[in-house]
Design a protein around this ligand. Structure first.
Ligand code: 1HN
Length: 349
């Protein structure tokens, strides 16, 4: 048998720790529980931005800087617990972008993936990888990583959308690359509607194989999404925790539309309250139609109106309630990453 181990100076370790510190060494036992917590502890707080407050500031930005000078005229939605970091949650970026008639936001590409959710206006367009698409309220437009993209506006009145990016995640991985296009507006090689017809109509071209990471469709028009949700609302099959909740799909493989961002659209019938739910992914909600409340466990319920934005940190329990008529929520989250890494968990109460 070995002799029991005797500690020499267990009471005052500070001199020892100083010695370690000078050698860029640190004792794990002082930080172990913090490194490996019992459950997720997001830094971000749940938080709502009201459209009626933010929209005038965005229009003021329109009077203060051109889209060309700004490159992207965006007000970043910064989580109050993560100020100065351009993060709406611990892993997600979101901002509201304004483009005015005649402006061009010049073409570039980067390894960050982006979704755009259109909030207001018509006549705006985004060109992605050689094809242009016109934006309408409620449309979801993808700019997959490393695809050239520029925005413009041939119509009248302001066009506003929410940019949703995986900037914090790509920053953490230190995998950011970016390039400017030689031309402000990239040329197009396919007519508008080409991708929709070829890949987004319940059909796929015979004999073509697909890279699996991003959807070949890049505009998911709200007219179609809305039609689907409202048709399903006439049935009684409603998930008690999620409502009528559909994810946008890559038609080539049934997966999420992008590897890092998972967009979702859901309808809650009039008066419907979801049961308390939480999941590891952090999410950003936008109320698209109706009036709703979001109740985060332990906090006062927050009332939302159309185009209000809500940041939901991961592992926060919440319920959604359709206050007056039925309501429609858009949301996006980092769930595809959690799923691919085997980290996704949810709790239904
Ligand atoms: C970006 O490329 C756009 O293309 C918008 O409209 C917002 C925020 C961070 C990094 C890249 C755009 C962005 C962005």
């Amino acid at each position: 048998m070995n002799e029991p181990h005797v500690l020499k100076n267990s009471v005052d370790r500070s001199a020892f720790y100083k010695e370690l510190d000078a050698l860029n060494l640190a004792p794990l036992w002082e930080v172990l529980k913090g490194l490996v917590p019992a459950d997720p502890r997001p830094t971000a707080a749940p938080y709502a931005w009201q459209w009626t407050t933010v929209r005038p500031q965005l229009l003021a930005a329109g009077g203060s800087i051109s889209a060309e000078e700004a490159e992207r005229r965006v007000l970043v939605l910064e989580n109050p617990k993560l100020r100065g970091k351009s993060q709406i949650t611990d892993t997600l970026y979101a901002g509201l972008q304004l483009i005015l008639p005649g402006e061009v936001a010049p073409a570039h590409r980067h390894t960050q993936s982006a979704l755009r959710f259109v909030l207001e206006g018509s006549g705006g367009y985004t060109a992605v990888a050689g094809e242009r698409t016109t934006m309408h309220r409620g449309d979801l437009i993808l700019t997959p990583f490393w695809t050239w993209h520029d925005h413009g506006h041939d119509g009248t009145g302001p066009v506003i959308w929410m940019d949703c990016l995986d900037v914090p995640l790509v920053g953490f991985l230190k995998t950011g690359f970016r390039e400017e296009h030689a031309e402000a507006a990239q040329g197009t090689s396919r007519p508008e509607g080409y991708s929709q017809a070829m890949y987004g109509s319940g059909l796929l071209p015979v004999g073509q194989s697909f890279g699996s990471l991003t959807s070949p469709v890049f505009n998911y028009p709200y007219s179609r999404t809305r039609e689907a949700l409202h048709r399903l609302a006439r049935t009684k099959e409603i998930d008690p925790h999620l409502g009528i909740c559909l994810r946008y799909v890559n038609p080539a493989n049934g997966d999420w539309v992008m590897p890092t961002l998972g967009p979702i659209m859901r309808l809650l019938p009039k008066g419907f309250s979801t049961s308390m739910y939480r999941s590891t992914d952090s999410a950003v909600f936008v109320l698209v139609e109706g009036e709703a409340t979001i109740e985060v466990e332990g906090a006062t319920p927050v009332k939302l109106k159309e185009n209000d934005v809500f940041a939901m940190p991961g592992w926060c329990a919440y319920r959604l309630h359709a206050s007056t008529g039925e309501c429609v929520f858009f949301s996006f989250s980092d769930r595809p990453v959690h799923e691919k890494l085997g980290l996704f968990r949810e709790e239904r109460r």
